[in-house]
Design a binder for this molecule. Structure first.
Ligand code: NDP
Length: 300
């Protein structure tokens, strides 16, 4: 077990600064401490470092940055990130920022440009797993930006645990994966909440539905590779099911929801997309066609 209070000069591990001590920032700082890295932390609102035994708490972002060659940022969004980095721009010059805040690919690219203009090495990243995984084998991190920078710092970032993947030099690539993947998560979560609301309206306890719901959710994961192959090839053979059939199924859910007075907006959006594919002449295709339908009707 490493010495969690080892901020002494004899500690050869790379000093790390963590800016942002929300639940995720705290988990990241705790993992660095557990791996024996001298760790300096800062948070806009004081008092968030109470559980981080051994961390040095800085009075400002600039003071925190000055303590380490590697600065990890994890706050709510890039408006916050940019404001924090801007406040410490002078101290950041010549250091490396690893930004593990979630936001859009475009914001990631903009922050990378800002960093380059200020002589700051910049790696963007996304965390795909919850706080409890950080430091353990189940954590998943995605990175993008200069490969050499990733190689230089991956031994230190290894303290965060799990698996890390460098996705390419485009700094927006990690965030692009993040938004696409979180789209799956949040639409699925919303679908689950709609299912529970509809079940309750039909006098079915959510707990009674949950076992069957698990069966439905288990259907999704094994179908991902085949769906992706269809989307990449542009071929959507509707051999086992098709968009017309899916649209009819969606209608049943919408009718049942509205009969119970429930807002069916989420399902209506899915139904409208299926209807568009049918109007385009693709009713006989697999549901994977909808990815093409979205792109065909994209406004830019
Ligand atoms: P939040 O997303 O709620 O972020 C809270 C942090 O952002 C706090 O440090 C807060 O400071 C700071 N902050 C908010 N607004 C500002 C501002 N204007 N200026 C400076 N700091 C600001 O909590 P998390 O820690 O959970 O998430 C951090 C990032 O990690 C997010 O991008 C999130 O999407 C991502 N993430 C989180 C996961 C999780 O399980 N929690 C999982 C995967 C990714 P203050 O205390 O002063 O308000």
């Amino acid at each position: 077990m490493p010495d969690m209070t080892d901020n002494s000069p004899g500690n050869s591990r790379t000093p790390v600064t963590v800016l942002g001590l929300g639940p995720m920032g705290q988990a990241l700082a705790a993992a660095f401490l557990a791996a024996g890295h001298p760790t300096t932390v800062w948070n806009r609102t004081p008092g968030k470092a109470a559980g981080l035994t051994g961390a040095v708490v800085a009075a400002s972002a600039a003071e925190a940055v000055a303590a380490s060659p590697l600065v990890v940022v994890c706050v709510i969004d890039y408006d916050a990130t940019d404001a924090i980095l801007d406040s410490a721009a002078d101290e950041l010059t010549g250091r490396t920022v690893v930004n593990l805040t979630a936001d859009t690919p475009e914001r990631a690219r903009r922050t990378a440009e800002w960093a380059a203009a200020h002589g700051i090495d910049y790696l963007d990243g996304a965390i795909m797993t919850p706080t409890v995984t950080i430091g353990g084998p189940d954590a998943v991190f995605l990175y993008s930006g200069p490969r050499s920078l990733y190689d230089d710092h991956s031994p230190t970032l290894a303290a965060l645990g799990g698996t890390a993947t460098h996705l390419g030099e485009d700094p927006g690539r990690a965030a692009a994966h993040d938004v696409a993947l979180l789209g799956i998560f949040w639409t699925a979560m919303t679908g689950i909440m709609h299912a529970f609301a509809l079940a309750k309206a039909e006098n079915i306890a959510a707990a009674d539905l949950a076992g069957f719901a698990r069966g439905i959710s288990d259907l999704l994961s094994p179908s991902l590779d085949a769906l992706a192959a269809n989307v990449d090839s542009g071929n959507h053979p509707g051999t086992f099911s098709n968009v017309t059939s899916a649209a009819a199924s969606l209608e049943h859910i919408i009718h049942a929801s509205e009969r119970n007075g429930l807002d069916a907006a989420v399902l209506k959006a899915a139904h409208a997309l299926a209807r568009q594919a049918i109007e385009d002449g693709h009713g006989g295709d697999d549901y994977s066609r909808l990815a093409d339908t979205l792109r065909t009707h994209a406004t830019r």
